[in-house]
Design a protein around this ligand. Structure first.
Ligand SMILES: Nc1ncnc2c1ncn2[C@@H]1O[C@H](COP(=O)(O)OP(=O)(O)OP(=O)(O)O)[C@@H](O)[C@H]1O
Ligand SMILES: [Mg+2]
Length: 231
């Protein structure tokens, strides 16, 4: 059994009389500790997958199993507990509370297993920014804090929706390096969605989505170092 199993997942949105089939029988597996990129053009269904994997939304049909737990069947307090203890989320924007400092924003996270905040701030090169308000930080620093916060709770896996979407290539590479390190050195499953297929060579696994369909699942036997990425 794989760590994450997406089985025949369909998602249909209904707005008024219009129905939008956002996911059409998507199947994939993700192993524990894998560094995965889900890629595809705008509107392909990446954020829909992110929302379903994170328990924010449920599939119209099909199943999502994480570590043997069928998360689409969890409800109320059970779902909340599951999300809080297992999943670290990083959104494309608006991750932080503007009038809290960097440190306070990280501390908002539920701390599962006594992660050391000083160590995390150092690891993310944020020590000298810890008392800055979120509004006083660059987009890259905001994104780093969002990742630090997701990591602080020591989740089983971290999900990032377009983590480099608002960044230039230099800053984007720094963020990707950090995420890859979390996966490789800290043994976390990290899943990134992105429209930027150019970054795919750094992943262990690349899941391509197009028009709500699964286009391909590719395993990179020798993933590229982030530093060698042409972007
Ligand atoms: N809440 C919603 N209600 C109705 N339709 C939606 C909703 N969310 C997404 N969609 C539609 O579902 C499809 C997939 O959207 P999704 O946001 O998953 O794409 P995406 O791959 O993340 O795109 P992008 O790269 O632009 O972020 C699109 O056609 C979108 O318009
Ligand atoms: Mg999206």
């Amino acid at each position: 059994m794989a760590y994450i199993e997406f089985k025949n997942v369909c998602k249909e949105y209904e707005t008024g009389i219009i129905k939008q089939k956002a996911l059409k029988k998507i199947n994939f597996e993700i192993q524990d500790g894998e560094f995965v990129i889900i890629t595809g053009p705008s509107g392909a269904g990446k954020t829909t997958i992110f929302n379903i994997l994170s328990g924010i939304d449920i599939p119209t049909s099909g199943n999502v199993l994480i570590d043997g737990v069928k998360i689409n069947d969890l409800k109320g307090r059970n779902l909340l507990k599951y999300k809080r203890e297992n999943i670290g989320l990083v959104f494309e924007k608006d991750n932080l509370i503007e009038n809290l400092t960097a440190k306070e924003n990280i501390e908002l996270s539920f701390n599962n297993s006594k992660q050391d905040l000083t160590w995390i701030l150092k690891k993310f090169n944020l020590t000298n920014k810890k008392d800055n308000f979120a509004s006083q930080l660059s987009i890259k620093e905001n994104q780093k804090i969002a990742i630090a916060r997701a990591f602080f709770k020591n989740p089983k896996f971290i999900l990032c929706d377009e983590p480099t979407g608002k960044l230039n290539s230099k800053d984007g590479k720094q963020i990707l390096k950090l995420l890859k390190e979390i996966s490789n050195k800290e043994n976390k499953t990290v899943i990134i969605t992105t429209y930027n297929d150019n970054i795919s060579p750094i992943a262990n696994k690349v899941i391509k989505i197009k028009d709500g369909y699964l286009e391909s699942v590719k395993i990179n036997k020798k993933p590229l170092d982030v530093g060698d990425l042409k972007w």
